[in-house]
Ligand binder design. Structure first.
Ligand SMILES: NC(=O)c1ccc[n+]([C@@H]2O[C@H](COP(=O)([O-])OP(=O)(O)OC[C@H]3O[C@@H](n4cnc5c(N)ncnc54)[C@H](OP(=O)(O)O)[C@@H]3O)[C@@H](O)[C@H]2O)c1
Length: 201
């Protein structure tokens, strides 16, 4: 899949995250369709899209998989969810991650973890003020990861290859730190992570 061509991008979940990513990806020239909690629309969007972003509450992932799973075979599935339980605590820990569990449930899909460490208001541009935020991209399928990195760059992020899908075990807690800083420790959502790139040697 060439990353520079116009892609048909389906976004499951049309809330804060889905809406912002839809805006950013449409501005980058892609054909975007975002849907909310309407299972017929979810199924149709998954079937239509070449790339699917999952932007629903973690508790809704199972329902989406059930309805859209077959249509996602072979496709790039970008998991933006955070594995949080009803008490807003991390639902998974050291031995797996939400993204790996999603890949297990969608063995024929090419799951990538990305964008989950960014607050939704910054997802349409990938920027906070003058700074490009980092989009960490983890996945096991090299082409799916290249496609996701290109999409993140097209939005405006500094996209960083964060290694295999198992590194979602690190990215999901990093998002939890973002939530702690923003909403528990009072910094608010006008914050974000930026990886600094120094000179080699
Ligand atoms: N908010 C952030 O800053 C942020 C940042 C990074 C990651 N995340 C993660 O991104 C995900 C979405 O967060 P959000 O803030 O965008 O939540 P949100 O504003 O509450 O939006 C959730 C969306 O999911 C849809 N939905 C719920 N159940 C569904 C189902 N069974 N099938 C299809 N769609 C369903 C809702 O549809 P209806 O509108 O029709 O109910 C809504 O469009 C969560 O996993 C969250 O942890 C959030």
């Amino acid at each position: 899949m060439q990353s520079s061509k116009t892609l048909k991008i389906g976004i499951i979940g049309n809330g804060n995250v889905g809406g912002a990513l839809a805006q950013g990806l449409a501005s980058a020239g892609h054909a975007v369709h975002a849907v909310g909690d309407d299972m017929a629309a979810v199924q149709a969007t998954a079937a239509w899209a070449e790339v699917v972003l999952l932007a629903v509450p973690f508790a809704a992932v199972g329902a989406v998989v059930e309805v859209a799973g077959a249509a996602l075979a072979g496709k790039v599935v970008i998991d933006v969810t955070n594995a949080l339980d009803a008490q807003m605590q991390l639902a998974l820990g050291f031995s797996t991650s939400g993204a790996e569990e999603l890949q297990r449930r969608l063995p024929a899909a090419r799951v990538v973890k990305a964008f989950n460490t960014v607050f939704a208001p910054h997802m349409a541009t990938g920027r906070l003020g003058d700074e490009a935020l980092t989009a960490f991209v983890a996945g096991d399928d090299a082409e799916a990861k290249r496609t996701t990195l290109a999409l993140a760059r097209a939005i405006g992020f500094d996209a960083v290859d964060a290694g295999p899908l198992s590194n979602a075990r690190l990215l999901e807690p990093l998002a939890y730190l973002n939530i702690q800083l923003g909403y528990v420790l009072g910094m608010g959502p006008q914050i974000g992570f930026k990886l600094l790139h120094g000179q080699a040697g």
